[in-house]
Design a protein around this ligand. Structure first.
Ligand SMILES: Nc1ncnc2c1ncn2[C@@H]1O[C@H](COP(=O)(O)OP(=O)(O)OP(=O)(O)O)[C@@H](O)[C@H]1O
Ligand SMILES: [Mg+2]
Length: 470
């Protein structure tokens, strides 16, 4: 391998390594992001609380840390240094000048000028150092200063809650100088008040934030549940725009949208009803005229067509009438399914009905019944065995109708939902309805906020699946 080749291959290897690394990093970042998202609360209330509380907590922690680290330690060091300087001066005086027998002048000086209680003890060994407190700025500061400024063996006792701290120093002549100082002289003792105030202030802030946020979130929740109810075809009673202007705007838009949709449905219904009604009038006239004609093969065919058309118009009329006006009510779905099953049984199909879960669900009873019954009638028309099964969990009511008929090809399963669409041309035409059954069923399912899907049944025929939110 030439040098150039080797260089190129190393280069390529490096590039591969880097791109590999980049991919790995991206995957890592994505999983971390997803994990973080999973951990974050999902509700707006909890999220906005975090948005308010997190900065407070972070700010407090930073301030508290900086304060402890810088200010508090510094002040304590300064105070400790001052006390130590006083003690060092006293030691100097004791060593340099002749003293009275019981050090009366020195003690008076210490007490009156330096606020220190002083005693000189006869020579004795210093007590053993006590257990060091885990976190004690004072102990550390004082020990450092004593070592630095006095340079003699010493012993300090800062533990305990007493207002005094005790310092013992071994003098050059072996005697012990015992000093009591007020804790406050050596230690920035009431600094924690600052922290306490900070915590209290932020608790008050958080409390206010909680109150305010709750009031802001409530209108959004009301809007969400109103939209949800409307989607399920339920009455949205007593909803009115409230809260911040954006939420109010959304609520107004929702109300306007609802009004428009209701108006549209109304319009469609009236128009269809009008058309069907007019057609029915004409059909009745046809029938009358047909009755007046002499019997014959042509009139027979004509009569059949008119009858078929009459059925279609009837179907259209009931489609147009729809389930408008029916109020949602708590309905025993299992009982309803069993009734439908019995009807199918009577029409000659072997039918089983099963149900799991709480049976009462709020639906428009007649409409829902018609929806399922349309599916079951289809199943009975095309198959011999029918299985109806219902299942209800905390979110959905699902009803499945299976049959052992010929089924519907996957690419036609959307078509059959179109009004008047029938695939029966090759099958027995006369037997049929108008091709509205599935259109009506889907209409009803959707007006409940749900959906119908078709699929393959384990029985060999068609499986129709209705799912509506509870
Ligand atoms: N269970 C089924 N198995 C096979 N084909 C089906 C089944 N259900 C419906 N179809 C097909 O879908 C078409 C449309 O069904 P739809 O219920 O809308 O109308 P229809 O049953 O023909 O008339 P209607 O229900 O108005 O009396 C049917 O004509 C039929 O070809
Ligand atoms: Mg049908």
């Amino acid at each position: 391998m030439s040098t150039a080749e080797r260089a190129r291959s190393t280069h390529g290897g490096l590039r591969g390594l880097i791109s590999n690394l980049a991919i790995r990093l991206r995957v890592l970042a994505e999983t971390a992001g997803k994990r973080f998202n999973d951990l974050m609360p999902k509700g707006l209330y909890a999220r906005s609380l975090i948005i308010v509380i997190a900065p407070i907590v972070i700010l407090q922690s930073v301030v508290a840390y900086v304060f402890m680290e810088r200010h508090w330690q510094l002040v304590t060091h300064r105070l400790s240094a001052a006390v130590t300087q006083d003690i060092a001066a006293l030691i100097e005086v004791q060593r340099t000048y002749p003293q009275d027998r019981d050090y009366a002048t020195l003690r008076r000086l210490a007490r009156e000028r330096l606020s220190l209680l002083l005693e000189i003890l006869p020579p004795e060994p210093l007590p053993l150092p006590g257990p060091r407190p885990f976190f004690d700025v004072l102990d550390a500061a004082l020990s450092r200063e004593l070592a630095l400024q006095v340079g003699r063996p010493f012993w300090v006792d800062t533990v305990g809650n007493s207002a005094l701290i005790e310092i013992r120093i071994q003098l050059e002549d072996g005697k012990i100088m015992k000093v009591f100082a007020r804790r406050g002289m050596a230690y920035a003792s009431n600094s924690h008040i600052f922290l306490v105030w900070m915590v209290i202030a932020s608790l008050v802030l958080i409390g206010i934030a909680i109150l305010f946020l709750r009031n802001q979130i409530r209108p959004i929740q009301a809007l969400a549940s109103a939209a949800e109810d409307f989607g399920k075809g339920r009455d949205v009673a007593g909803f009115r725009p409230r809260g911040a202007s954006e939420v109010r705007q959304a609520a107004l838009a929702f109300i306007e949208m609802r009004r428009r949709i209701e108006r549209q449905i109304d319009q469609r219904t009236t128009m269809l009803a009008g058309v069907s009604h007019d057609l029915r009038t004409i059909l009745t006239r046809f029938k009358l005229e047909l009755a007046l004609l002499p019997e014959g093969p042509e009139t027979e065919a004509l009569r059949r067509d008119v009858d078929e058309m009459g059925r279609m118009v009837e179907g259209y009329l009931s489609f147009a009438r729809g389930d408008a006006g029916e109020a949602p009510a708590s309905t025993d779905i299992e009982a309803s399914l069993r009734e439908i099953g019995n009807d199918a049984e009577r029409s000659g199909a072997k039918t089983t009905v099963t149900f799991h879960g709480m049976s009462t669900v709020k639906v428009r009873p007649d409409a829902f019944r018609r929806c399922i019954s349309n599916l079951v009638v289809n199943a009975a028309r095309h198959g011999d065995t029918i299985a109806i099964s219902g299942h209800r969990d905390h979110r959905w009511l699902t009803v499945t109708v299976d049959d052992d008929g010929p089924g519907i090809r996957a690419d036609r399963r959307e078509d059959v939902f179109k009004p008047f669409m029938r695939l029966d041309d090759a099958r027995n035409v006369d037997d049929g309805g108008s091709g509205l059954g599935l259109a009506i069923a889907r209409d009803i399912a959707r007006s409940h906020g749900g959906e119908i899907t078709l699929g393959d049944s384990p029985l060999g025929g068609l499986r129709a699946n209705v799912r509506v939110p509870v």
